[in-house]
Design a protein around this ligand. Structure first.
Ligand code: SF4
Ligand code: SF4
Length: 172
């Protein structure tokens, strides 16, 4: 699901109620199409039965089908560029969602996703921007420990989200 989720394709600018066949090129340009192709190639290189790009016009479907039909495997250069097969360093959140809801309304998987954006994907500015959009930041944590009990990966969640807040909250 969401194979474009990690790249800068802004779905909110796409009008799903009245899809415009030219919208993809207009919004994303040729670079956007190329980014989408690379993202799909990355997904198809894994052991997946189906990729669900969430496309909204026959033209977009055509782009995706063309990638799938030509796909065999990533090149060695692509594997190196995409850090194929690498996982974030432990401890990291798998975003299973089992720790929420937090009584204070903190979106714990999102907070820890932005930590990965900053430290694993090398996108600190983007991570800060995304973190600012959260309604409840991690400094709202009362340290009740509910999430820690529910996390099947036994993450030290309180210190992880506090550390993320320190790293991503904008100084005022
Ligand atoms: S410890 Fe903090 S983040 Fe975890 S559930 Fe309690 S208030 Fe929410
Ligand atoms: S339960 Fe643990 S791994 Fe799952 S989303 Fe929450 S923090 Fe992440």
């Amino acid at each position: 699901m969401k194979p474009f989720g990690g790249i800068d394709l802004n779905y909110t600018e796409r009008d799903s109620r009245a899809p415009n066949p030219k919208a993809f090129d207009k919004i994303f340009g040729e670079q956007g199409v190329e980014k989408a192709r690379r993202a799909l190639r990355f997904v198809l290189a894994h052991d997946v039965a189906t990729a669900v790009p969430g496309l909204r016009s026959p033209r977009e479907v055509g782009h995706a089908v063309a990638v799938a039909e030509r796909f065999h495997e990533l090149t060695e250069r692509e594997k190196e560029q995409y850090r194929f097969g690498q996982m974030p360093p432990e401890p990291f959140c798998r975003e299973c969602g089992l720790c929420v809801p937090c009584p204070e309304g903190i979106n714990i998987p999102a907070v820890l996703r932005f930590e990965k954006y900053a430290n694993f994907y090398g996108l600190p500015e983007y991570a800060k921007e995304q973190y600012q959009r959260l309604n409840t930041k991690a400094d709202g944590c009362t340290r009740c420990g509910d999430c820690v009990k529910k996390c099947p990966y036994h993450l030290d969640l309180i210190s992880m989200i506090e550390g993320t807040h320190k790293a991503l909250a904008l100084r005022v």
